[in-house]
Design a protein around this ligand. Structure first.
Ligand code: BTN
Length: 240
């Protein structure tokens, strides 16, 4: 058990596991708020939209954390965005430029994906936030939906995963213990990958085409389309 400024947290590390998200989902009854599960390798890593998350063994940071705190659970709609902000801030510490967050929660460096986040769970019981950050992997499979990169490809240096992990976990526990939503909004608005892009979004199966003009106070994506200002709170966005 570790004690941060205000909250205790614990870390369970696996050499190998099916998925850290699945582990915390299956064990949530036995574990406390802010239990982190990290691993060197996942045999059944999960991505968003039922996709597979593949990652070389020992080269990247893969972890999930359990939320059981009532106040945080109320923020379930934005927790993955808040996590993306914490990870993006950490990425910027490596002097990497052009770090942005692609709504709702991918982290990109230039146009390449460096981190994905998967939120699962059952409010009001528990939530699991899973993070896959490419750290030292140098080669990625062809045919990914979006080209990928890693911290070491960007910095041309190998990164100490344990140090990164320790800092990130502490910041998450610390900042999530007294959330300042305005700070997160401010960061997200300054790092909004989709800003000014022409996009297509499905609303009730109907396609809307428009331009992204911002993020509203509830972290929804604002799209100007058909002379209306749309506020999108979930779904997939296609860039045109
Ligand atoms: C995405 O599709 O972009 C989300 C990827 C999330 C991957 C992480 S890796 C750790 C955690 N465990 C999983 O099975 N998935 C998440």
């Amino acid at each position: 058990m570790f004690y941060n400024v205000s909250m205790p947290y614990q870390i369970i590390h696996f050499k190998e596991i099916d998925s850290t998200n699945s582990y915390l989902k299956n064990s949530h009854r036995l574990l406390d708020n802010f239990t982190f599960a990290s691993t060197d390798y996942q045999s059944k890593g999960k991505g968003r939209e039922d996709r597979v998350w593949e990652s070389n063994s020992g080269e990247n940071l893969m972890f999930s954390f359990l939320i059981k705190n009532e106040e945080l659970m109320k923020l379930s709609a934005v927790l993955s965005i808040l996590t993306a902000v914490e990870v993006a801030k950490e990425v910027e510490k490596y002097d990497i430029d052009n770090v942005s967050i692609k709504w709702p929660n991918d982290i990109l460096i230039n146009d390449k994906k460096v981190c994905g986040i998967l939120l699962e769970g059952q409010v009001p019981e528990y939530l699991v936030v899973g993070v896959g950050l490419n750290v030292n992997q140098k080669e990625f499979p062809n045919g990914l939906r979006r080209p990928a990169t890693s911290l070491s490809l960007e910095t041309k240096e190998d990164i100490n995963i344990d140090e990164l992990k320790e800092r990130l976990f502490k910041n998450i526990v610390n900042n999530f213990s007294s959330i300042k939503l305005d700070d997160y909004l401010d960061y997200f608005r300054k790092h909004n990958y989709l800003l000014n892009k022409r996009v297509r979004v499905l609303i009730n199966e109907e396609p809307y085409i428009g331009e992204v003009v911002g993020i509203d106070d509830s972290f929804c994506l604002q799209i100007l389309s058909r002379d209306m200002l749309l506020h999108i709170d979930s779904g997939e966005i296609e860039i045109l």
